[in-house]
Design a protein around this ligand. Sequence first.
Ligand code: AMP
Ligand code: MG
Length: 422
Amino acid sequence: MVESRTPILVNEAIQRVMHYAAAGKVEYVPIEAAHGRFLGEALIADHDVPLFDRSPYDGYAVKAEDTKGASAETPVELEVVAEIGAGHVYDGAVASMQAVRIMTGAEIPVGCDAVIMLEETESTNQNKTVLVKKQCGPRENITPQGEDTKEGTVLVQQGTHITPGIIALLATFGYVRVPVTVRPKVGIISTGTELLEINEALAPGKIRNSNAYMLLAQIERAGGTPVMLGQFEDDFELCYQKVKQALTEVDIVLTTGGVSVGDYDYMPAIYEKLGANVLFNKIAMRPGSVTTVAALEGQLLFGLSGNPGACFVGFELFVRPIIRANFFVSGVHLRRMKAVLTCDFEKPNPFYRFVRGQLNNQGEKLTVTNSGLDKTSAVSSLAMADALIVLPGGDQGYHCGDVVDVLLLHDQRGSIEFGGGN
Ligand code: AMP
Ligand code: MG
């Protein structure tokens, strides 16, 4: 018997899934392992940077008033009382008509209020004196304390993806161990009697299991920890046991295949036997209209299509935001931008379409074109896709020059709302 399914809108489907979003736990990892993780708490400056007035140049720290009238023709001679490199301080007194030879990054000695660049000076008397060839004003060439960062400033918000720049800040503030959010464990179960392991030779009617490895990479890109739970033939009891077991081993369970209405599509029956609450089993979108999501005692089961294009899109639209929500990320959804189409989609489609696309620039415009064969069963067009082109359903096609929404696949900032009104 073929059951009838009522499609719901993509936005509605996402909302039903996000109802289960929960913030994750915080753990500490060594700073060397923090890159690419998500910050578990806000990074607040606990001291000024720099912590002291310092010299931005190699030169001489002076009293500005002593340089009055100095020029190349009428240099002023000052006595050099000390020499300090970065990391050293001079805590003696600096009197009128005295200077301190200073290197980049060194603290300005008490009593000095300007730095003359080395290029504007000439050392004399075996470095005991210096000719200053330029007049300078008070505070000239001094990097003031707190110029970079003031104590108490929130520098990076909780939930931010940790980049090399953030690592630099963490190190500046002495984070040997960094608070990050725990990565949820996301299990992958592949179903389909046609599936071969990827090291197996091709055989008639069989295909290699590409989805499991694609999902593994997508989970990693989203920030989760993938757990490969095996591939199984279309056998109801076997798959039921594997899914049931998976629920005890991982936080989120993904399956690929078996969610359509074919004779060997057992996922719907498996959800029923588990007693899981099916949030939806049909979405008004292509590819991936059969994407099914169920919940059992707060735990989510994502039934992704076996078709690679649909499996890919289903993950990015529905699984990714749930993983990201764990990390206190505000922009859990794919980042949405506008781009100009550089190809045609003649055929109207009543459903929303998410076409694998490739972004480009033409002059000042961001452009997008499809990244290859736009069929749900196609794998090749996934390779170069860096965006999904959003084509709202309707009775007309889309054409070169039309401005469309695109969802960025490699971006880390994300969008707060899925948006787009679909
Ligand atoms: P299904 O969702 O089980 O109806 O599968 C739809 C299509 O996707 C079929 O042509 C399958 O052969 C293919 N397929 C299913 N699972 C995978 C997989 N793990 N990797 C690649 N293709 C798959
Ligand atoms: Mg199948």
